[in-house]
Write a protein that binds this ligand. Structure first.
Ligand code: AGP
Length: 609
């Protein structure tokens, strides 16, 4: 998630911008930049890396002026570089942007054909040129911005300045947050409240489809269609640290709640509803290899390995290509069977996990194409792979992975459909049906979050447990593993995930009244068999927490707690079952008072063996 800040008033804009960007550093970024208007001219300064690099650059060439915009970039299109850093400029116009412009390539071609010189790899740069072109035709800054955003498809929170209107700042919002800070003869904008609190606690939020024209003395809000909007100013009472977590107590619970939005972001531009197709231009390099592809190897670690296990089910179901899954730490010493007819898929949030990266070497030696599913743009694995399918979860601050996991599942779903269609196993109608299911996934995920209150109650009853079992079958067995990992890594309770059918082969010896058992039991083709497992547990005094999409009487007879999720395709259920397990782990950990965001002994990215 990029960070945007803007200021207009009588203070030193450069200082206000840097201070605001520092309060947004928690969002993660790889470059930064500021721009100001002074003496009828635009001045800009950008730097790769941390804000200190930008401050150092500014020390050499200070930014004068009392109106400016600033940005911390979390790369989505184009590597981290000064050229790709924001603000982006076209003539007298400078723009900063948080979001994803889906149709930027077409706009880029149109602008270039019209003589515009675009120099970056970003989607954002097209916005500055569109606005500049509109202003050149005689529109003022607000009208030019309105006309330009009418051409954009995708998500955007933008702030725009022009040397032709030195006292005015224009902002616009679609699907990505913009908050306006209202001061005394000064006004601010930001992606998030923390950037404003040093100067004002009076804020107003833009809604989707709204833009604001801001001077030192006035904030006027309109819809993209020009209708005036009266928006009340609200008083923020949060302390700065709470504000960084969006009012949540921890980053982990904030990131759990971000999942519906990041699922939308991850699928943005990759589902063509009208054609009923999955659209993955990032994998164009695979097209010529798919016909001769004989197998797929998924390599990952930890939570990403659990995503890969679900990926095996999805890819085999959609393409009938055999899929093997391995831990990076095991794979690297296995002298694997790979050749040019294999496909390696590396799944990694950070893109820096040493054990996963090591697998890539094996593929290189054997001429095997490598696709990476990563969350961090230009990370080591992303750079070294042949193709990258980025999840767009935004920075995941909490060590325990949540939104990265569900976006990995989504990316694997898209990959499976993409392969299935191209190997000829899925018909166009099949693909269209699955695409339609995916369109509803974010709101299904939103509905899973509604079980939060019930889960906080269940969690209190589990906080004293010393051991827990998680059971699942089929495509949901990996989710039992993931639920167990979430619990153990943040609450320090020993937890194991097992295939439910394995209980009679040993684990049932563990069952007594002290052993809570979380069972994933959607109403699918193995429901009755899993119910039998539950009855075996209940008859031995085990405590059952059932997660299901159909809470019938037979379940109520055996389960101490029932957590409900919405019914959905069996291919989407793993993702939906995950969310209650994330919430359960979180509230058990909170009840136990552990360091939820930074659990003991753990690192966010394991960059060593
Ligand atoms: C998951 O909650 C853990 N933080 C850990 O298992 C993590 O998934 C694993 O280290 C892999 O990291 P990666 O996705 O960045 O490669």
């Amino acid at each position: 998630m990029c960070g945007i800040v803007g200021y207009v008033g009588s203070r030193d804009a450069g200082q206000v911008l840097i201070s605001g960007l520092r309060k947004l550093e928690y969002r993660g970024y790889d470059s930064a930049g500021v721009a100001a208007i002074h003496g009828g001219a635009v001045q800009m300064c950008r730097a790769v890396g941390k804000l200190d690099n930008l401050v150092e650059a500014l020390a050499d060439s200070p930014l004068p002026g009392t109106i400016g915009i600033g940005h911390t970039r979390w790369a989505t299109h184009g590597k981290p570089s000064e050229e790709n850093a924001h603000p982006h400029r076209a003539g007298n116009v400078v723009v900063i942007h948080n979001g994803i412009i889906e149709n930027y390539l077409g706009l880029r071609d149109e602008l270039t054909a019209g003589g515009s010189q675009l120099t970056s790899e970003t989607d954002t740069e097209v916005i500055s040129h569109l606005i500049e072109r509109e202003m050149s035709s005689g529109k003022d800054l607000a009208e030019a911005t309105r006309a330009a955003i009418g051409r954009l498809e995708g998500s955007f929170a933008i702030a725009v300045l022009s040397a032709l209107e030195p006292g005015r700042l224009v902002a616009a919002k679609n699907a990505t947050p913009v908050v306006i800070g209202v001061g005394e003869n000064e006004n601010f904008i930001a992606s998030d409240i923390p950037a404003l609190l040093e100067y004002t606690r009076d804020v107003l939020f833009l809604e989707d489809g709204e833009m604001a024209s801001i001077t030192a003395d006035e904030v006027s809000v309109q819809t993209f269609d020009g209708e005036v909007v009266e928006r009340e100013v609200r008083r923020v009472t949060w302390d700065p640290v709470t504000a960084q977590k969006g009012g949540h107590k921890h980053f982990l619970i904030k990131e759990i709640h971000e999942q519906p939005q990041v699922l939308i972001d991850t699928m943005r531009g990759r589902l063509s509803q009208e054609r009923g197709e999955v659209v993955l231009p990032e994998l164009a390099g695979l097209e010529s290899k798919i016909a001769s592809m004989k197998r797929v190897t998924l390599v990952a670690c930890g939570t990403a390995w659990h995503a890969a296990l679900v990926g095996k089910y999805l890819i085999e179901r959609f393409s009938r290509l055999p899929v093997e899954v391995d831990y990076g730490s095991e794979y690297r010493y296995r002298d694997p069977v790979l050749d040019e007819h294999s496909l390696m898929v590396l799944v990694s949030q950070s893109g820096e996990t040493a054990d996963t990266l090591a697998a890539l070497a094996a593929a290189r030696e054997r001429g095997t194409p490598v696709v990476a599913i990563c969350n961090v743009v230009d990370s080591s694995i992303a750079r070294k792979a042949d193709m990258v399918l980025y999840t767009r979860a935004g920075p995941e601050i909490s060590v325990a992975s949540t939104k990265a996991f569900t976006t990995q599942l989504t990316a694997l779903y898209l990959l499976g459909l993409y392969l299935g269609r191209r190997v000829g196993h899925l018909t166009a109608a099949d693909e269209a049906g699955f695409v339609q299911e995916l369109v509803h996934l974010p709101q299904l995920a939103e509905r899973c979050l509604k079980a939060e209150k019930d889960i906080t109650v269940a969690a209190r009853g589990l906080a004293e447990a010393s051991d827990m079992l998680y059971l699942g079958r089929g495509i949901n067995y990996p989710i039992a593993l993931e639920g167990a990992l979430k619990l153990k890594e943040i609450s320090y309770i020993h937890a194991e995930g097992y295939p439910a059918g394995e209980m009679k082969h040993g684990p049932i010896a563990l069952i007594d009244e002290h052993m809570p058992v979380v069972v994933l039991i959607p109403k699918d083709e193995v429901y009755e068999k899993t119910l039998t497992n539950l009855r075996e547990v209940e008859s031995r005094g085990g405590r059952i927490i059932a997660v299901t999409d159909d809470a019938g009487d037979e379940l109520r007879d055996v389960a101490e707690t029932i957590i409900e999720i919405p019914s959905a395709s069996s291919f989407l259920t793993p993702l939906l079952l995950t969310i209650p397990l994330q919430l359960l782990a979180y509230y058990v950990a909170v009840a136990r008072g552990t360091d939820v965001d930074q659990p003991r002994n753990l690192a966010k990215s394991v960059t060593v063996e």
